[in-house]
Design a protein around this ligand. Structure first.
Ligand code: ATP
Ligand code: LTN
Length: 334
């Protein structure tokens, strides 16, 4: 708790241009929850380097991501929006928690398996211990809730396991976090392959809607979305492409599955695709204009970056010092 509020923590990697999946699965829920909790929203640039990055690009993307958090509606005066690399406690706690995490546990992580298959030439130790750094992010802030997409479920479970193990040895040091998954957008699939999640590092740009795509591009991508030959608009496993379109529509409009099915009863796939495309354009329009406006104000952004890194550092170091003391590191001489 901070004051009388529970704590929320979440983050995203600065690995590419954000997609509609990132927005509907995570960012949109962040905004929804931001009044209720004391929130920390991190640009996890340290996680990003588990895959090789171009330095100039990484710097640019990290700033663009931070701008996008604000543009999406997170007030940086109320929510702590900051870069992971500006708070050294993340890496320090990660080292400690590495010593409380088993190889066997990390070996089971599906993201590690997927990413090492994708980057076979660079299966580095950071990629393997990625979930430990993520656990450190969350536990440093004693977070109660962590809004993420379904793909992060396993990482939340290992975070809870590490925290429980540590608490079992040293007493109640860490709050055990709960994941928060939204109803409609928790797993948005690729428009070109509905068996695969929409991902910002996908090589095929037609599979993903990027948050900064212009309206024509968005509509074109939806028109080309892969569906099936059933010809009926139903919400079921056998029609993953249609189900994905319905999920996107639900997440953008707030309608229920029943309402969407009633709306498109007897209509064709073309009509559904157009309606979904338009709902996405409407959803992204305000966000895009806010990005333009905020990015121009360099001094404003720099001020946020500096102040919030200090605020995050304060809370993170409080937990880190407690952990260091518990495990028996020598006290600092003041
Ligand atoms: P990468 O392609 O680099 O692995 P990513 O697109 O999976 O990246 P992350 O930075 O790993 O994005 O994830 C940021 C947040 O967005 C996480 O909470 C994640 O669960 C969520 N997310 C990512 N893709 C989707 C998706 N297709 N549907 C719903 N949520 C998603
Ligand atoms: N692994 C997450 C990004 C991430 C994160 C976190 C999310 C890093 N640290 C802490 C929530 C809380 C991903 O989305 N790929």
């Amino acid at each position: 708790m901070i004051g009388d509020k529970k704590v929320l923590f979440s983050g995203m990697q600065a690995t590419g241009n954000l997609t509609l999946g990132n927005y509907l699965g995570a960012l949109k829920n962040w905004v929804k929850l931001s009044d209720e909790y004391e929130c920390f929203y991190c640009v996890v640039d340290e996680h990003s380097i588990t895959v090789r990055q171009n330095p100039a690009e990484l710097r640019k993307r990290a700033r663009a991501l931070l701008t996008l958090y604000i543009a999406a509606g997170l007030d940086p005066e109320k929510n702590c929006i900051y870069y992971q690399s500006h708070v050294s406690a993340h890496a320090e706690l990660a080292w400690i928690l590495n010593c409380f995490t088993y190889m066997g546990e990390l070996n089971r992580m599906t993201q590690f398996k997927d990413k090492s298959a994708k980057h076979a030439d660079n299966i580095n130790a950071g990629l393997f211990t990625y979930p430990v750094l993520m656990a450190s992010d969350i536990l440093l802030f004693q977070a109660d809730v962590v809004p993420v997409g379904i793909d992060q479920k396993q990482h939340l479970e290992i975070t809870r396991d590490i925290a429980q193990r540590f608490n079992g040895i040293y007493g109640d040091v860490f709050t055990i976090p709960e994941p928060y998954f939204g109803k409609a957008g928790a797993k948005i699939m690729s428009l070109q392959d509905p068996a695969k999640k929409m991902s910002k590092s996908d090589e095929n740009p037609n599979g993903s809607i990027y948050l900064m795509d212009d309206p024509d591009t968005i509509i074109r991508k939806f028109k080309r979305a892969v569906t099936d030959s059933e010809g009926q608009i139903l919400y079921r496993d056998e029609q993953p492409g249609i189900r994905n379109l319905i999920d996107i529509y639900r997440a953008c409009t707030g309608k229920s599955v029943e309402e969407v099915l009633a709306e498109f009863d007897g209509k064709g796939y073309g009509e559904l695709k157009m309606a979904v495309g338009e709902s996405v354009v409407d959803q992204l329009r305000p966000l895009q204009s806010e990005v333009e406006r905020i990015s121009k104000d360099k001094a404003y952004l720099d001020g946020i970056i500096k102040n919030n890194a200090e605020k995050a550092g304060y809370y993170a170091n409080k937990t880190l010092r407690k952990v260091q003391k518990k495990i028996g590191f020598p006290e600092r001489i003041r």
